[in-house]
Design a protein around this ligand. Structure first.
Ligand code: CO8
Length: 259
């Protein structure tokens, strides 16, 4: 049985962390498989990716505590780097990645969801960075991404207390975009993925790059970057011509080719 399952459905793909007996906790083997699955995504055909967890109870309940319990200094650094490398690969994947959070998203699970472009969760979801109670820091980007996502004050409160929050509070603080009944989660996220996959891939990918890289720049530089990508990467492409022709011809069907 694969620890990470991969399924392509039309224009989008679903990655499922598949270790339900341990609430999908991330050990080295899971991280290695996830890395391989991400490397194998065919970006010519896949226009959006969904990440979720197997079973109805957990997205990912964290990094594997058993595996971490006896690490040396050097192994601790290596484990942190392994997770960070994989999560960064997901974050910088050219196509959008949506986290479909079907339960516990704790520690490394909350961190995995934050490496995705945005998060939709079930009403049963629970979020938290409980690491300080285990004597460690968040190690897969939690101190950085949570602070950027919900602001340093709220991130510090959650991280210092290690308090778990339920879906409604996660929505209120801006950690998730939408809360839906568990039974509707995948249909909701797959519909979103389908909508994204139906838009011009060249433009969607450019938007992801602009938002991610632009946030690291000052505003003057960032808006110049936007103008450059607009002009040089979208204008005069087949997708731009197709999108605008369809509008002018009052045509609903569009044939975007990522070219
Ligand atoms: N690691 C390993 N095994 C786990 C984990 C985990 N994070 N979470 C759950 N499991 C296992 C349990 O040990 C149990 O296994 P078994 O049946 O063999 O005893 C099985 O999953 C089911 O779990 P429970 O029986 O505990 O299920 P409950 O419904 O009673 O409780 C909870 C669910 C509340 C989610 C509970 O399992 C829990 O608290 N889990 C740990 C949550 C946690 O602390 N996560 C953060 C871990 S630290 C982390 O993620 C750091 C990331 C960065 C590391 C970087 C290092 C450099």
């Amino acid at each position: 049985m694969a620890l990470v399952e991969y399924e392509v459905k039309g224009g989008y793909a679903i990655i499922t962390i598949n270790r339900p007996e341990a609430l999908n906790a991330l050990n080295s083997a899971v991280l290695d498989e996830l890395n391989g699955v991400i490397d194998g995504i065919d970006l010519n055909s896949v226009r959006c990716v969904i990440v979720t967890g197997a079973g109805e109870k957990s997205f990912v309940a964290g990094a594997d505590i058993g595996e971490m319990s006896n690490l040396t200094h050097a192994e601790g650094v290596a484990f942190g780097e392994k997770g960070n490398k994989v999560f960064r690969k997901l974050e910088t994947l050219p196509v959008p990645v949506i986290a479909a959070i079907n339960g516990f998203a704790l520690g490394g699970g909350c961190e995995l969801s934050m490496a995705c472009d945005f998060r939709i969760c079930a009403d049963t979801a629970v979020f938290g960075q409980p690491e300080v109670g285990l004597g460690i820091t968040p190690g897969f980007g939690g101190t950085q991404r949570l602070a950027r996502l919900i602001g340093p004050g709220m991130a510090k409160q959650l991280i210092y207390t290690g308090r778990n929050i339920k879906a409604d509070e996660a929505f209120r603080v801006g950690l998730v975009n939408q809360v839906v009944p568990l039974a509707d989660l995948m249909a909701t996220v797959e519909k979103l993925a389908g909508t994204i996959a139906g838009n011009a891939p060249i433009a969607v990918r450019a938007c992801k790059k602009l938002i991610n890289e632009g946030l690291e720049m000052d505003m003057d530089e960032a808006i110049m970057f936007e103008a450059k990508v607009f002009g040089e990467e979208c204008i005069e492409t087949n997708d731009q011509r197709e999108g605008m022709s369809a509008f002018l011809e009052k045509r609903k069907e569009k044939n975007f080719t990522n070219s």
